[in-house]
Write a protein that binds this ligand. Structure first.
Ligand code: BEZ
Length: 256
């Protein structure tokens, strides 16, 4: 894991609740069954782990952030959560399924993640995941590159913590590591941010730590204002700000 983003569970739950809301359709795709052993990889504050548990599955959650895991444990004391690295899962259980929503784009060593998921799945177990795909938040990313380049002479492409693969790239990776890809879809999902025009600063503060952590609070505010000026004309419609999300959804079966 190379990201240095600081996770803030309270604002994650209050300002970015759409992450889990959208994830509920991925739980439907997972179709968890009673007594199935399931791992929620990158479980955050545990809302989808809880959704999966409602089917009677024996689900546990793992996340790299201690703060997120502490909050998940507080919210859902009946469920098991642990801090762990998706690039190096080690577990003596064999899972029926590994589930992951909006987390894999934070794990840049994708081959290590796929090998790790493969290791903890039982034969014929399924990997059901959705995360940012090729082109995800490209308008926001380009604006960050421009502002940090023009105002601070920084090559911000080097700070980008995210992995947004194409269908071809990710399917090939899954196949090369012993999976059969049963389903793959790349689609645009413009995502409405809460709090009107202020929602952008909150999104940047929660997710953009790798780009902005090195700046003082005053500089961060100035950068957010510049980004807002650039992005509102591009992302604002019908009274709301829509981040230009592109999702990659996959279902892959461990077959060797
Ligand atoms: C996403 O869910 O696509 C995403 C969230 C934060 C940063 C980058 C991507």
């Amino acid at each position: 894991m190379s990201s240095v983003n600081t996770w803030k569970p309270d604002s994650y739950d209050s300002k970015l609740a759409f992450v889990s809301e959208y994830g509920k359709s991925l739980v439907e795709l997972l179709n968890p069954k009673k007594n199935e052993l399931i791992l929620d990889l990158g479980c955050g504050t545990g809302d989808l782990t809880y959704e999966i548990s409602k089917a009677g599955a024996k689900v546990s959650g793992v996340d790299y952030s201690e703060a997120m895991i502490e909050t998940a444990r507080r919210k859902y004391p009946q469920l098991a959560f642990q801090v762990g690295n998706g690039e190096a899962l080690s577990d003596d259980k064999s899972y029926d399924a590994v589930f992951s929503n909006a987390a894999l784009h934070w794990m840049k060593n994708a081959a290590d993640v796929v090998r790790s998921v493969h290791r903890v799945l039982k034969q014929d177990g399924r990997f059901v995941a959705e995360f940012g795909g090729k082109g995800n938040v490209n308008t926001i990313l380009q604006a960050i590159y421009e502002v940090l380049g023009d105002e601070y002479s920084l090559d911000a492409t080097k700070l980008n913590p995210w992995y947004f693969p194409s269908i071809g790239e990710y399917s090939s990776l899954l196949e090369s590591e012993g999976f059969r890809v049963e389903y793959a879809r790349l689609y645009e999902r413009p995502t409405q941010l809460p709090d009107g025009q202020e929602g952008l600063a909150s999104w940047l503060a929660n997710f953009g730590g790798d780009f902005f952590q090195q700046f003082s609070a005053a500089d961060q505010s100035a950068i957010y204002a510049k980004l807002k000026a650039k992005l509102i004309p591009k992302l604002w419609r019908d009274g709301s700000l829509y981040a230009d999300y592109v999702r990659l959804t996959v279902v892959a079966i461990k077959n060797s």
